[in-house]
Structure formats: structure tokens, C-alpha cells
Ligand binder design. Structure first.
Ligand code: ADP
Length: 254
């Protein structure tokens, strides 16, 4: 009995790992497919370029098929926490996010000029941001605006830190029904069709936030939209960062 339990826990863990890798990989493939689509429109009738684009397209389709039947259990990269300049990191993934959301969705940024540094694993942070933005996009099939914000907060929201930074992704999409809300962080819980959702995006976000000593808050109203906020402790040891004004809207969505 004890052995069976241990075995099934091991399988659960392996399944989560595999699924996590497949989910993150799928997000990247989606960005490749989106970019190829844009390239295809602009390349004209240059046969050589057309062939190259078709090859990328075929390879990313094959990649998507492979991820869905991923049999090899791969490990996520080990976590490497470091102090980051949030404004700069968000700026760094801006293009990827724009490509991921497509042309009917605009991205707006509302980042405090003097946003405090936080200590996170950069790659986990970027993945979490991508996961939140992709969910926000999926919640707005008719298009709209996704607002990515980062604000300093001196309200003691975390048990071990008086200062924290609130990083949020807000959409004006379909919202989350109360019975769904209680399950959204469960691994493999999804309301998306087979092949589109794996139910692992928010469990990655959850894992990232808690690993970084933070927490998550969800505000959602059916038919109005959703705001998911990650609260992270301020890194008090990091030197002060000087910023230009990063508050702006990017209506291009690309
Ligand atoms: P997946 O995106 O693969 O379904 P997630 O763990 O990221 O997995 O999300 C789980 C579920 O939470 C989604 O299927 C959806 O029902 C709900 N959800 C997450 N983010 C949003 C959002 N911004 N608006 C509405 N529903 C959401």
C-alpha cells in the first residue's frame, strides 16, 4: 500500500514535469507559428523564402505534435534566483508577448518608474508572465487590451515582508465563474478544448510565486474580466534602480 502510494506520487510528479515542459514548449511554438504567419504575408513571391517559411511551419507543427505525446521525461531547469530590474525584464519580453497575443489584442504597460527589485529565477518569471498573458488573450476572443502592471506596495501583504511589488496581468475578457475559480491553480485543470489547454499554466505561475516567497491574488468578474496579481517581496539588499518613465500603451499588439 505504502509502496503503491509512493509510486503513484512519483508518477504524478513525473506527469507534472512532462506536462510542464510540454506546456512551455507549446507556448514557444505558438509564438513561432504566429511569427511565421506574419512573415508569410510580407515575403511576396520569392520562392526560396517561401520554401524556408514552409519548412519552419512544418517543423513547428511537428513540434506541436511531439509535445502532445511527449514520452521523455525532462526536468525543468534548476531554479537560479537573482535580483532583477522588473521594468527591464518586462521590457525584454515585450516583443515575445506582443507576438503571442496576435493583432486583435493590444498590450498596455503600467510600470512604476522606481519599481523595486525582486529576487526571482528570470526564466520562471518570464514563463509566468507569458502564461498569464496567453490566458488573458484566450479570455478575449473578440480582442481587447491586456494591461501588464508593476507597482510598489507598502501594504504588508506578505507575512515575511513589509514592502512588496504587485505584478499584475489584467484583461477585459469572459471572467472566471466561481465554481471554476477554486480549481484554476490545480495541475491539469483546464476549460479549454483538447489540444489548446493543458491546465499547467497557472500551476507554473503558482509554483513560481511561492518559490519566490510571494503569493497570488485573483480578481475576476464574469463577463467583465480578470486580474491576476503576483505579490513578491521587495529585495531590500539590491541597489536603487534609476528608470525612464515606462508607463505607456502599446496599441500595435505586435
Ligand atoms: P490552460 O491555459 O492550459 O487551460 P491554466 O492553468 O493556465 O491552463 O488555466 C486554467 C484555467 O483557468 C483555464 O482553462 C481557464 O478556464 C481559467 N483561466 C485562467 N486565466 C484566465 C483568464 N484570464 N480569464 C478567464 N479564465 C482564465
Amino acid at each position: 500500500m505504502q509502496k503503491q502510494l509512493a509510486e503513484s506520487q512519483k508518477l504524478d510528479a513525473l506527469g507534472q514535469l512532462t506536462g510542464g515542459v510540454a506546456h512551455d514548449f507549446n507556448n514557444l511554438l505558438m509564438i513561432i507559428s504566429g511569427s511565421v504567419h506574419t512573415l508569410k504575408k510580407g515575403v511576396g513571391d520569392d520562392a526560396r523564402l517561401q520554401r524556408a517559411i514552409s519548412a519552419i511551419e512544418a517543423a513547428s507543427k511537428r513540434g506541436a505534435a511531439l509535445t502532445s505525446q511527449l514520452l521523455t521525461f525532462a526536468r525543468r531547469q534548476s531554479v537560479n534566483p537573482q535580483s532583477i530590474d522588473l521594468a527591464a525584464r518586462i521590457q525584454a519580453v515585450r516583443e515575445v508577448l506582443g507576438t503571442g497575443v496576435g493583432s486583435s489584442v493590444a498590450l498596455a504597460f503600467d510600470i512604476d518608474r522606481d519599481v523595486w527589485p525582486v529576487t526571482v529565477d528570470i526564466s520562471e518569471f518570464e514563463t509566468a508572465l507569458i502564461n498569464l498573458v496567453i490566458n488573458a488573450r484566450d479570455a478575449m476572443p473578440m480582442g481587447g487590451t491586456i494591461t501588464i502592471a508593476a507597482h510598489n506596495s507598502a501594504v504588508a501583504a506578505l507575512p515575511n515582508a513589509s514592502d512588496c511589488v504587485a505584478i499584475s496581468v489584467e484583461d477585459s475578457g469572459v471572467g472566471i465563474a466561481p465554481d471554476v475559480l477554486s480549481k484554476i491553480f490545480d495541475p491539469f485543470f483546464t476549460t479549454k478544448p483538447v489540444g489548446k489547454g493543458t491546465g499547467l499554466g497557472l500551476s507554473q505561475v503558482h509554483g513560481f510565486a511561492y518559490q519566490a516567497g510571494g503569493t497570488i491574488k485573483v480578481d475576476s468578474e464574469l463577463g467583465k474580466g480578470t486580474k491576476i496579481t503576483i505579490l513578491l517581496p521587495r529585495d531590500n539588499a539590491a541597489p536603487k534602480i534609476q528608470h525612464h518613465d515606462a508607463t505607456e500603451a502599446d496599441g500595435s499588439g505586435t
